[in-house]
Design a protein around this ligand. Structure first.
Ligand code: CU
Length: 527
């Protein structure tokens, strides 16, 4: 597989006019505002990880030039930054060995993979420096674009920001028969989207203080597979983009340069029932969508990150204006990938009568400046400043773990503990969960639950947009309209088919990684 990838790239080299490329540290110079593309889109190697071809994943330290000529310390998997895209076929065994070559505990979570708690890679499974573990587990879910990332408690944000992450692709016969674009790195293009905060020396800087813990770690540079504003040469025709928002906290709103419609074909857990045409697409942290863009005219297609005003800090400069993330030139010979009118059969998303209901409430840190007195003056909102990322960390590990909470059915849970399961769900039963926030929490929180792919029943009590009606493992809970307002709420239909018992429970948590590391997480069992 690796060799094939290299050959494909060698073949397209002359067209790119480049010299060296592919996963070399070739980050752009300057900010995101430059007019010229900064390099070619690196494509992560697609590596089959099953019983016949087990793969070793070494979480290691490295150095990477996010900015040209400026080296930064990073983490990566089998490399300096990020890791290979793992491939496993539904029905096969997912087979990897994880080795931790960092100086601290680590673990890889298989985000969206339906496996038991012991194989899931939750924080309770973290291993120390120099240690490793094997994962061998059957995969029995439809084709999907999943991912993996670090998940050690209180260090998930730091390690993921440093580069511990990658894609995990499940394939199956039904999706292969559809004729969708499927030539990896040509008309089937993985895009790992991440913002990074880099200091004046181009070094990735990550601190936990009141600001970053309250709002999340934001970067002033956007990277696509580790490169700023890259260019990709694709076959003429439909081009499939596998989008992953791998930011720690940032919500991304994407559109095409000419505002043309594009087709959403898959969400977190697999194909939608039918393609959904949209002109813009919002991805909360950890969400994935697969889209098809129309390159039949052979004209350049820009993927643009639009200004986003519904998350505090997300529209700070340089993201106060729309920014091009990637330019695709569909000028190579056509591959004839199809856009079928129907994609997959999905069961109706309806809670069965008598389904157990749970209310899960994310509670943002106690000293967030929310004034509970409705007659008092409005509290001051923090001025947003990227330089927070360089302020000293103010939390020790003990304090950090106890900042945020999750409440279940109105009962505040104890501060997050790896030793405690907050609740227990019976395997194989549907449950209807209402996900919500504290009154007056104006901040959006991406909800993620391990061990299942769920369906969204309602958002703020209303209809679910068509592209969110498929399988999901992450959904954004909208913030309140103002600091006195009722927060958003999302109803989802969940079912757990695999087992997770102490000491390896599943996790429900906010995927704003700084919120999660501050304790906005709860372990639970499926029995
Ligand atoms: Cu949150």
């Amino acid at each position: 597989m690796k060799r094939r990838q290299i050959l494909k790239y060698s073949a397209s080299l002359p067209l790119l006019g480049g010299s060296t490329l592919l996963l070399k540290a070739c980050g752009g110079s300057g900010g995101d505002g430059g007019a010229q593309p900064k390099g070619t889109l690196p494509i992560p190697a697609l590596v089959r990880a099953d019983a016949a071809t087990p793969v070793t994943l070494k979480i290691q330290k490295g150095q990477y030039e996010f900015l040209s000529g400026k080296k930064s310390d990073t983490f990566g998997i089998n490399g300096a930054l990020l890791g290979p895209a793992l491939l496993v076929k539904s029905g096969a065994q997912f087979n990897v060995r994880v080795e931790n070559a960092l100086d601290e505990d680590s673990v890889l979570h298989w985000h969206g993979l339906l496996v038991d708690g012991g194989s899931d890679g939750g924080p309770a499974s973290a291993v120390g420096p120099g240690k490793g573990y094997a994962v061998k587990t059957a995969v029995s879910q439809p084709a999907a674009t999943l991912w993996y990332h670090a998940h050690p408690h209180m260090r998930t944000g730091f390690q993921t920001a440093m580069g511990v992450g990658g894609l995990l692709v499940v394939e199956d016969d039904a999706s292969a028969a559809l004729g969708l674009p499927h030539t990896w790195g040509e008309d089937d293009v993985p895009l790992v989207l991440q913002d990074k905060y880099l200091n004046a020396d181009g070094k990735l800087t990550y601190k936990l203080n009141h600001n970053t813990v309250g709002l999340g770690w934001f970067g002033q540079h956007m990277f696509v597979n580790g490169v700023q504003q890259p260019t990709h040469y694709a076959p003429r025709g439909w081009v499939r983009l596998r989008l992953l928002n791998a930011c720690n906290a940032r919500v991304l709103k994407l559109r095409l340069g000419d505002h043309a419609a594009f087709q959403v074909i898959a969400s977190d857990g697999g194909l939608l029932a039918a393609p959904v045409p949209v002109t813009e697409l919002v991805l909360a942290a950890a969400e994935r969508f697969e889209i098809l863009v129309d390159g039949s005219a052979g004209q350049p297609i820009e993927l643009v990150m639009a200004r986003y005003d519904e998350q505090y800090g997300a529209n700070a400069a340089p993201f106060d204006v729309d920014r091009t993330l990637l330019t695709i030139h569909p000028t190579l010979p056509a591959k004839n990938g199809l856009l079928p009118p129907l994609l997959a059969e999905l069961p109706e998303a309806q809670a069965p009568q008598g389904a157990r209901e749970r209310h899960i409430t994310f509670q943002l840190m106690g000293h967030f400046p929310i004034d509970p007195d409705p007659t008092g003056p409005l509290p001051e909102i923090w001025p947003f400043d990227f330089a927070w990322n360089e302020e000293d960390s103010v939390f020790d590990d003990h304090t950090l773990a106890h900042i945020n909470q999750i409440e279940v059915d109105g009962a505040p849970m104890e501060s997050f503990s790896l030793d405690t399961a907050g609740f227990s769900v019976p395997r194989g039963s549907y449950e209807k969960w209402r996900l919500t926030l504290r009154t007056g929490d104006v901040y959006p929180h991406p909800f993620h639950v391990h061990g299942t792919q769920f369906r969204i029943l309602a958002i703020n009590g209303g209809a679910v947009p068509a592209h969110l009606q498929g399988w999901k493992d992450t959904v954004n809970i909208p913030g309140a309209a103002n600091i006195r307002g009722e927060p958003g709420h999302v109803d989802v239909l969940v079912r757990f088919d695999h087992a997770a018992a102490m000491p390896h429970p599943y996790m429900v948590h906010c995927h704003n990684l700084e919120h999660e590391d501050g304790g906005m997480m709860l372990g639970f069992e499926a029995v």
